[in-house]
Design a protein around this ligand. Structure first.
Ligand SMILES: Cc1cc2nc3c(=O)[nH]c(=O)nc-3n(C[C@H](O)[C@H](O)[C@H](O)COP(=O)(O)OP(=O)(O)OC[C@H]3O[C@@H](n4cnc5c(N)ncnc54)[C@H](O)[C@@H]3O)c2cc1C
Length: 431
């Protein structure tokens, strides 16, 4: 097999990973720790900007597994929970992770993604992964039965060829292989777009809520406020693409109109000064109709992305990065056992996404707002929702029964709205 600039034969590595975000770094590290030879190609040079700064308590378990928990703690802002404010509410309602059903971890972190992703990639390198930055994957040729040929272009424009027994696509929203194989499907039922930037002088929450991610609903969507350092807060607006297209002006003025429409948010942004460019991203909800095939698998955003509202993106990317590593290791040892492991992995990932998306798809419904703004914890239903917000998606009967009860309450409220119009019970005793 000829590799790198057409020079003489190089060994065929076990796995090539496309993309050095959280999914790619996690999968690569896991495989290297399992004794596999891994090449990882990242088209940019870290540190580089990325959105997705609020992490979940369940991420901590993966940080421990990768050996980066202390380093993440050093760069992160402690996140004790999430709080929600509606347009009409007088105060915010907090969901503290410590109040989850049998919480495994009572906090999470919020990070500047450039630092976080850099840290994960360096860790992968330290654990033995051969990392190629400023290497963009251009093509993958599966025609040879012995190896997949991965074609890269480096920063100088040089084209190199690498041979690997298996390819993991962790290319994020570029969805490199999913698009190439025609697996990519837009989610037309959940269309959203976002405008976001970093700001100085945004007022923090105080006391037990200091460090929280704050979510503000407004008529056409919602905002996030994520403290990522003592000085900097990430602020973003998520709304229907049609609403954003229809509102006049630049993305800066659309964003400002959203802030102005929300008095509680505006109060926290009174002295805010933008630090960095205003960015936007279009419709971001999609999935792929297959997670794996002959000598390839998709992981993280390269497979699917639902919505940022519960900050599940990095967790899903890393949880599935870790488990795809295990499945591919089995595949390389024995193909038929590996296919069974990949099937189990796919079922697990789809179940995780399904659990989160039931709540996320209904997030803008009035009944969901009513339930979220209720502080009652009768039958520990609220605690189960906090567990879900911590990143728990599977569990014992206690957890599942309480989530089911929440869903039933939602359905009853929706029915009530349909029958009696907007006059919905709004008291805090609902749960
Ligand atoms: C508006 C918005 C807000 C969000 N907020 C949150 C949040 O608060 N919390 C959260 O957990 N998640 C959030 N997310 C989701 C989060 O950003 C992603 O889920 C997460 O980054 C996925 O990680 P990944 O490794 O799969 O992909 P990425 O982090 O996107 O990494 C993919 C990497 O692949 C590289 N790449 C792409 N193509 C190639 C190629 N051809 N060759 C080589 N390299 C390539 C890219 O340069 C990139 O570094 C948000 C998403 C959006 C859209």
């Amino acid at each position: 097999m000829s590799c790198t600039n057409g020079q003489s034969a190089e060994r065929i590595v076990d796995v090539a990973v496309i993309g050095g975000g959280p999914a790619g770094s996690t999968a690569a590290t896991k495989l290297s720790k399992l004794g596999r030879s891994v090449k990882l190609f990242e088209q940019t040079q870290h540190p580089r900007f990325h959105i997705g700064e609020s992490l979940l308590p369940q991420n901590l378990e993966i940080f421990e597994e990768l050996g980066v928990l202390d380093s993440v703690q050093d760069i992160g802002v402690l996140k004790p929970g999430a709080d929600f404010t509606t347009l009409t509410s007088e105060a915010h309602v907090s969901f503290r992770f410590a109040e989850a059903l049998t919480p495994q971890f009572k906090h999470a972190y919020q990070v500047r993604r450039s630092e976080f992703d850099h840290l994960l990639l360096r860790n992968a390198q330290e654990k033995g992964v051969d990392v190629f930055e400023s290497y963009s994957v251009q093509d993958c040729d599966f025609s040879n039965p012995d190896y997949v040929e991965v074609v890269t272009k480096d920063a100088d424009g040089a084209v190199n060829r690498h041979a690997a027994r298996f390819v993991i696509d962790a290319s994020g929203r570029d969805t490199f292989l999913s698009r190439r194989f025609g697996l990519w499907e837009r989610n037309r039922q959940h269309e959203s777009a976002a405008i976001f930037s970093h700001f100085r002088n945004v007022q923090w929450r105080s006391g037990e809520d200091e460090g929280n991610i704050s979510i503000y609903w407004f008529e056409h969507g919602w905002f996030w406020l994520i403290p990522i350092s003592r000085e900097i807060t990430s602020v973003g607006m998520v709304a229907k693409p049609n609403f954003l297209k229809a509102s006049p002006g630049s993305i800066e003025s659309k964003f400002q109109q959203g802030v102005e429409a929300n008095p509680a948010l505006k109060a926290r942004m009174t002295n805010a000064i933008r630090d960095g460019q205003m960015r936007s991203t279009g419709n971001f909800s999609y999935s792929s109709n297959k997670l794996f095939g002959d000598r390839f698998a998709l992981v993280g955003d390269a497979f699917a992305f639902i919505d940022p509202v519960f900050s599940t993106g990095v967790f899903v990317a890393m949880r599935s990065g870790s488990s795809i590593g295990e499945a591919v290791d089995i595949y390389l040892a024995d193909r038929s056992s590996g296919i069974r492991a990949l099937r189990r992995h796919e079922a697990e990932v789809r179940s995780m996404l399904k659990t989160f998306s039931w709540f996320i798809y209904r997030f803008m419904e009035p009944s969901m707002k009513t339930l979220f703004m209720s502080t009652n914890n009768r039958f520990q239903i609220r605690s189960a929702v906090i567990s879900l917000l911590s990143g728990r998606y599977a569990g014992d009967i206690d957890f599942r029964a309480r989530l089911f009860a929440f869903k039933c309450l939602f359905v009853v409220l929706e029915w009530y709205r349909a029958v009696f119009g907007a006059k919905q019970p709004t008291n805090s005793r609902l749960l």
